[in-house]
Design a protein around this ligand. Structure first.
Ligand code: RM4
Ligand code: MN
Ligand code: MN
Length: 392
């Protein structure tokens, strides 16, 4: 691919930032308050707009309800729009209420299941008011001990709840079913892996797809092959980008595993030229799901977006014709070398040129560090211990 073609492909990249990463969040041990961290959803939207101003490829902010609840959600959308961004996925919260001790949609008590469904309906109304396309569903549902509840019964309750939710969606909207292999339940999780999520998504139909959070797999899992498989099934709906080393660490995407991120993008790039997977690939939502504990929040987000851009640019450099020929020849190391050559290419100069041409700062991180926005929020916001959900 020549430079001009590469630059055009880079233009289509768009990654959502999560509102919850801009406030003071931490681990269950400690939340370190940072000077200038956003205290309200309005300030989070302003920070997300700064990330987009610096990078040019972060045009939406995902919301989490009730953390970001306001009287008039339409006003949030207008506020965001006036700052050059839009509202991304709506993330319901079915895990921070005493009633959810034994689960939400899979809870044994119908009254709790109905309460969970009512919250989902509430979130669907927010989607309509903000123009959001995705309802991004993650459940803490599961059990801690053998015998605690019946696997099949839980599964059927979950299916019923998910189907009911999908049926209430506005036209063109979808539910994204996120899976996670453990935590907070430690013995059994109702949506533990891609298989569990895919089975529900297939049964529900076109309004349901699967969301892959990079932090939600067992050590050593081959995530890029899961991505390829879900695309082939027409069921990959979105990503939660982050990085992990041991558990669900929510570190900066590409920081611990740049090769993995590149290989995921390589699958996406290849699937987009394949007529069988093109439509599904084009519909994928790219979202960050991270939590910045010790690093500066806006800087962490800019770094995350740039890591995704770098991985995407490298993936675009793979010589697919040569790769297919090497694969057909059974040339094991020849094929591997074609992929690794792309990974090893330094794409920073071309990305700097891409930014220059689009009137974006050549070095977004430096521009933010030295810019007026950071100075202003440090001066005006002070150091508050804002509640944003995680780690409070
Ligand atoms: C989960 C998952 C979800 C997030 C919750 C709070 O681990 O990543 O996306 O909303 O945490
Ligand atoms: Mn997630
Ligand atoms: Mn997670």
């Amino acid at each position: 691919m020549d430079d001009a073609a590469l630059m055009e492909r880079l233009d289509v990249q768009a990654i959502e930032t999560p509102s919850w990463a801009f406030g003071n969040t931490g681990t269950r041990f400690k939340t370190f308050a940072q000077p200038g961290a956003a205290r309200t959803i309005w300030e989070k939207i302003e920070d997300a707009a700064e990330v987009h101003r610096m990078t040019g490829i972060a045009p939406r902010i995902a919301l989490h309800i009730p953390w970001d609840r306001v009287d008039d959600p339409g006003e949030l959308a207008r506020f965001a729009q006036a700052r050059g961004i839009g509202i991304g996925a709506i993330n319901p919260n079915l895990f921070q209420d005493d009633d959810y001790r034994l689960g939400s949609l899979a809870h044994p008590d119908a009254r709790i299941r109905e309460k969970a469904s009512a919250h989902l309906e509430d979130c669907i109304a927010i989607m309509a008011a903000t123009g959001a396309r995705d309802l991004s569903l993650w459940f803490a549902d599961g059990t801690n001990y053998p015998g605690q509840d019946d696997f099949r019964a839980r599964r059927r309750r979950m299916r019923e709840g998910l189907s009911g939710c999908a049926a209430r969606l506005p036209a063109d909207a979808r539910i994204l079913i996120e899976y996670k292999f453990f935590e907070p339940a430690f013995y059994y999780t109702d949506l533990a892996d891609w298989g569990a999520a895919l089975a529900h998504a297939r049964a529900i139909g076109p309004k349901a797809q699967v969301l892959v959070d990079l932090g939600h797999h067992a050590q050593g899992a081959n995530i890029e092959s899961i991505v390829a498989m879900l695309l082939d099934e027409g069921k990959l709906g979105g990503f939660h980008f982050n990085a992990r080393r041991y558990a669900d660490d929510d570190l900066i995407v590409g920081s611990t595993n740049p090769l993995e991120l590149f290989l995921i993008y390589a699958e996406l790039v290849a699937a987009e030229v394949d007529p069988q997977t093109r439509t599904c690939t084009r519909g994928v939502s790219y979202m960050i799901d991270q939590s910045f504990n010790i690093e500066a929040k806006i800087e962490g987000m800019i770094t995350s977006i740039l890591n995704c851009q770098e991985a995407f640019a490298k993936a675009l450099l793979i010589d697919h014709a040569a790769l297919a020929a090497a694969q057909a020849d059974g040339d094991v190391l020849g094929a591997n070398r074609i992929v690794m050559d792309a990974f090893r290419t330094d794409v920073r100069p071309i990305l700097a040129a891409w930014r220059r041409q689009r009137n974006l700062p050549e070095d977004p991180l430096d521009a933010h560090r030295g810019g007026d926005y950071l100075r202003a929020i440090r001066r005006d916001r002070g150091t508050a211990s804002a509640a944003s959900g995680y780690g409070d």
